[in-house]
Design a protein around this ligand. Structure first.
Ligand SMILES: [Cu+2]
Length: 494
């Protein structure tokens, strides 16, 4: 997993590697595609999918991750560093050295003339600009407008819950919305303090954009860690919410991809493949034997994360459970990949214990355990055991008769599974007059999103036609309307 570091702790060669990868992207044209995506989001206003709404944080998380992957294709050792402006808040910070971001703009034009992104090197010409702007060089005007966020301001922002609130836009109060507080009170001043190019819709023209937004993303991750039960709001279908900002909305401009990212799909940054250098460290991975007595353990320090692994050799239903009086939260990852989150649980077990029950394919699994409170410690036990099949998940026979189901309560989600034993094209389809919405996951993990569909079948029925490799797949069926109910049938044909 890539580690995003504080820029102030980068070595000279790490800085050089980041700069070189950025300049390679600029030279091959890919950098300017990213700039254009950001500008296009703004220009879609009032339907901006990226700013002034709930998806501000998920959109930029996805955007930064794509940029980081592009850098990593050039140099696999590179991750985006973050700029902690609560510490590095002067024009003399090493961030602005000639070997990294370069310095302030000078003269009436505010042109940046030092460092690797100075126009004079011939390697940093702005080609994607805001309408009417003809400036071809990077500009900065440190401190001309506003001031950088302070530690006090950041701490206060991290205390704001819920994630977001009505009316889900730029007028949402910064006291009732973490997103609005972070976007307006913490994020905007960073753009303004740097000034110049960073003030534009095309602000990614200044490479410090990535370091600034990386810090915003880090603070969101910290808030998520401290508020594990605070979910992303609002759900899809909430009235007057701009497309892309609902929890399960595909986010433009990636909405036409086969598996478009949604706010929900980017909530776990570890699952996206990166971590931050200041996250609590795990003391090592401890092996759990299935069906053995519980292991004794403790969260010895505030914020500690304990890591376990276990091996499933016999596929089937498993229960991962904690014991004792400490309120711990567990997260299950796998198979065979520490970055693939399957599910997380806080209190489904007895007392404040966590309990995860899952049908698991063969493979290696990982369990992360932390205290519910980031400031508390305590002892706990943890065990994994096999259990009877879960009655809630029904099996569909491929090319067999359609299975009859019913959405009998508001918000009900029915889960089905089917096995692909011959790779090929499969059609998953609902029947009847209920407007169902289906989501396909797999292979072998009900947490790996493949596709979703509402109305591609006859009438209001859903239909997915996909090329599927070998493995077990999962289909979730819900009513299109959160309050809708009704009978349906579901079938899978090859
Ligand atoms: Cu932006």
């Amino acid at each position: 997993m890539g580690i995003r570091k504080n820029q102030s702790s980068l070595t000279a060669s790490e800085k050089a590697a980041f700069v070189a990868a950025v300049k390679t992207l600029k030279a091959n044209g890919a950098y300017d595609v990213f700039v254009a995506q950001h500008r296009a989001a703004f220009m879609a206003s009032p339907n901006d999918p990226a700013h002034r709404g709930p998806a501000f944080l998920p959109w930029h998380r996805e955007y930064l991750r794509r940029f980081e992957r592009a850098l990593q294709e050039i140099d696999a050792t590179v991750s985006i560093p973050y700029w902690d402006w609560t510490v590095d808040r002067t024009t003399g910070a090493s961030l602005w050295s000639p070997d990294f971001m370069g310095g302030n703009g000078t003269g009436a034009s505010r042109q940046v003339t030092t460092g690797p992104f100075a126009f004079s090197t011939g390697e940093w010409t702005l080609t994607v600009r805001d309408p009417g702007d003809t400036t071809t060089f990077l500009t900065r005007a440190f401190g001309a407008m506003g001031s950088l966020p302070t530690q006090q301001g950041v701490s206060a922002a991290l205390n704001v819950v819920p994630y977001d609130s009505a009316p889900w836009n730029s007028t949402t109060s910064t006291n009732t919305s973490f997103r609005s507080r972070l976007e307006v009170v913490i994020h905007n001043p960073g753009h303004m303090w740097v000034g110049g190019s960073m003030m534009a819709m095309s602000s990614p023209n200044d490479p410090v954009f990535w370091l600034h937004h990386c810090n915003i993303d880090r603070l969101w991750a910290e808030w998520q860690r401290e508020n594990p039960t605070a979910i992303y709001l609002p759900p899809s279908g909430t009235p007057n919410v701009v497309a892309g900002h609902g929890r399960d909305d595909p986010m433009p401009p990636w909405n036409n991809e086969a598996s478009p990212p949604t706010p929900q799909s980017v909530l776990d940054h570890h699952a996206l493949g990166y971590t931050y250098d200041d996250e609590p460290v795990s003391p090592g991975v401890v092996q759990i034997t299935i069906d053995a007595p519980p292991l004794s353990a403790s969260i010895a320090q505030a914020g500690e994360v304990d890591m376990y692994s276990f091996v499933v050799t016999m596929p089937g239903n498993h229960i991962i459970e904690t014991q004792g009086s400490t309120d711990v939260v567990t997260a299950l990852y796998g198979p065979n990949d520490l970055a693939t989150l399957i599910t997380e649980d806080d209190d489904s077990g007895p007392g404040a214990n966590s309990r995860i029950e899952r049908n698991l394919a063969a493979g290696n699994y990982y369990v992360r355990v932390r205290h519910y409170s980031g400031s508390s410690t305590g002892n706990y036990g943890i065990s994994v055991r096999r259990s009877a099949p879960q009655p809630g998940v029904q099996t569909i026979q491929v090319n067999g008769p359609a299975v009859q189901g019913t959405i009998s309560a508001a918000n009900e989600r029915d889960m089905y599974t089917f096995a692909v034993t011959t790779a090929g094209t499969y059609t998953i389809e609902t029947g009847g007059s209920t407007d169902c919405f289906i989501t396909l996951f797999g292979p072998d993990s009900p947490a790996t999103f493949i596709a979703q569909d509402d109305d591609s079948g006859p009438g209001a029925n859903s239909r997915l036609v996909r090329n599927l490799g070998l493995g077990t797949y999962f289909v979730q069926v819900r009513h299109y309307s959160p309050t809708g109910t009704g009978p349906y049938s579901i079938s899978v044909r090859s």
